[in-house]
Write a protein that binds this ligand. Structure first.
Ligand code: ADP
Ligand code: ASP
Ligand code: MG
Length: 488
């Protein structure tokens, strides 16, 4: 049985119309799979096993609503969660009312929505009573959206003649207890997935699985990080050794830049795992950064497709691209960052300052996105998320208290409101002069480059610019390399 995983993001299931489109796309895929199985001379298997697994995110905006309500509850404001409960009930029921004719099915769904949202309200009430929102509590609340949208989509699929069944990923994806950013345990997850899903699929059923969520071995709900449904699809695809993982979204694939910033950005036909991993890690929201890992391990091709333009071929992501591409393919950016500099003439020749700096940073569990060390050895600078900046500065001041008092280290300074702009393309490796062209493009626009790093991967040149100049920088680089003109 050829097997495909189809993941639909919040943008693909945000409204009645888009859920309708999603259901039609899945129904067509099931039909296509059945036909090709028939052509291959396996009608016995083909008719029974469409080999399609669906993963779905919460309806667009729902996760934010849930999180905001829980945070307000912790601060003592009960209005947002009460409003959210009734608003979410209506929003899901309206779709069910418009797309599902069967009264029994609709009533069942109505009860399910009501129960889940009552549970959400109960949780928020206890958050208010405790006056505290733990990461563990937040994971229960933020996963509610997928636990509403997946049963809804399964029922809409049934209304479209597809045998579909809702499955909660808490039964499939077993994770560690890093709430808010959990990682799957790969010794138990693949077996769970196969045991639960393969019999269903072999009997001709399309499982509709909640994206984003998992559970610990003890069954405590976890989430895989914001935007994590892409990662869910890849985990499930790898566990089942799927033939393709499809990410259905609201643009024609992975584009040369964020289309909201660069109007002329265009979709790319093909990318390597390496390129897409860099793009995702450096801010291209279209794919969760961890999505590539499970796919790479099993060499499963990924494809990014548009729910609102399903005949477009989208972007195919493979191990090795067919055509050698010389140079830059795409530009992306990570925002809300802070640049921290440890500087002083007393650092020269003193071993271990860099190691101590990064030990102190690691103790804060801060994520270092970029490191740049001047040739002079007088300073080390690195970039961390804005939210982690204060804790890192404090940790460094404690670590280097003696050096600061003795003026061996003169300052630990920080610059807020900066952005890393990443210029990406595997073909940059052997192509000289790219960095110079990037700098020229920025120089012409009077954009100041605060720091540069090349090295985390040869497919990436990263530079730090001020937040206020970031969009202009992206557009200038995109123009210089003529990425919007079909110069692929
Ligand atoms: P979904 O709900 O399908 O998961 P997301 O909003 O998470 O969708 O991701 C899709 C969005 O990512 C697009 O609408 C686009 O605005 C944004 N985006 C940012 N960078 C890129 C890029 N390089 N290519 C495509 N889309 C991008
Ligand atoms: N619904 C989750 C979020 O908004 C997961 C996802 O959309 O992929 O982060
Ligand atoms: Mg997404």
């Amino acid at each position: 049985m050829r097997m495909i995983v189809m993941k639909f993001g919040g943008t693909s299931v945000g409204t009645t119309d888009s859920i309708d489109s999603t259901a039609k796309i899945v129904a067509a895929a099931v039909e296509g799979q059945n036909q090709s199985a028939g052509v291959e001379g396996r009608p016995d298997q083909g008719s029974e096993s469409p080999g399609v697994l669906v993963v779905v995110s919460a309806m667009g905006g729902v996760t934010n609503t849930l999180i905001d309500a829980a945070q307000a509850a912790a601060a003592g404001d009960e209005t947002p969660y009460r409003d959210a409960r009734s608003q979410l009930l209506v929003r899901h029921q309206v779709v069910a009312g418009q797309l599902i004719e069967d009264g029994v099915e609709r009533a069942g769904l109505g009860r399910l929505f009501d129960n889940r949202l009552r549970e959400f309200e109960r949780l928020c009430r206890s958050i208010t009573v405790l006056g505290e929102l733990t990461q563990r509590g937040l994971d229960v609340v933020s996963g509610v959206g997928e636990r509403l949208s997946a049963p809804l989509l399964a029922a809409v699929l049934r209304a479209n003649g597809v045998k579909a069944q809702f499955v909660d990923a808490g039964e499939l994806i077993i994770t560690d207890d890093q709430y808010g950013n959990a990682s799957p345990l790969m010794d138990s997850t693949p077996d769970r997935c196969r045991d639960r899903l393969l019999p269903m699929m072999q009997s001709g059923v399309v499982p509709v699985v909640t994206g984003f969520v998992g559970a610990t071995e003890k069954g405590v709900p976890t989430t895989l990080g914001r935007g994590g449904s892409d990662y869910s699809a890849a985990i499930l695809g790898a566990a089942l050794d799927a033939d393709e993982i499809q990410i259905w979204t609201d643009v024609d694939g992975v584009m040369t830049a964020d289309p909201r910033i660069v109007e002329t950005a265009q979709s790319m036909e093909e990318l390597s795992y390496e390129e897409v991993a860099e793009l995702a890690y450096y801010g291209a929201k279209v794919l969760h950064p961890k999505t590539v890992t499970p796919a790479v391990e099993r060499s499963i091709p990924l494809r990014v497709l548009n729910t609102f333009n399903p005949s477009h071929p989208g972007t195919s992501i493979v191990e090795k691209t067919r055509q050698l591409h010389h140079g830059v393919k795409a530009i992306t950016a990570v925002r809300e960052l802070r640049l921290i500099t440890v500087a002083g003439r007393g650092m020269i020749g003193v071993p271990g300052i860099a190691a101590r700096t990064f030990d102190a940073v690691a103790r804060q569990r801060a994520n270092v996105l970029m490191i740049s060390q001047g040739s002079s050895e007088q300073s080390i600078c690195f970039v961390v998320p804005e939210a982690e900046g204060d804790a890192v500065i404090e940790a460094l001041k404690i670590e280097f208290a003696r050096e600061l008092a003795q003026h061996m280290i003169e300052e630990i300074s920080n610059q807020p409101d900066i952005v890393i702009v990443a210029v990406i393309g595997a073909g940059m490796k052997g192509t000289p002069g790219i960095a110079a062209r990037v700098f020229n493009a920025l120089g012409e626009q009077d954009i100041n480059v605060i720091a540069i790093a090349q090295g985390s991967s040869e497919a990436n040149i990263s530079l730090v610019v001020l937040q206020a100049e970031a969009d202009e920088a992206i557009r200038a680089i995109h123009d210089t390399f003529e990425l919007g003109n079909g110069a692929d």
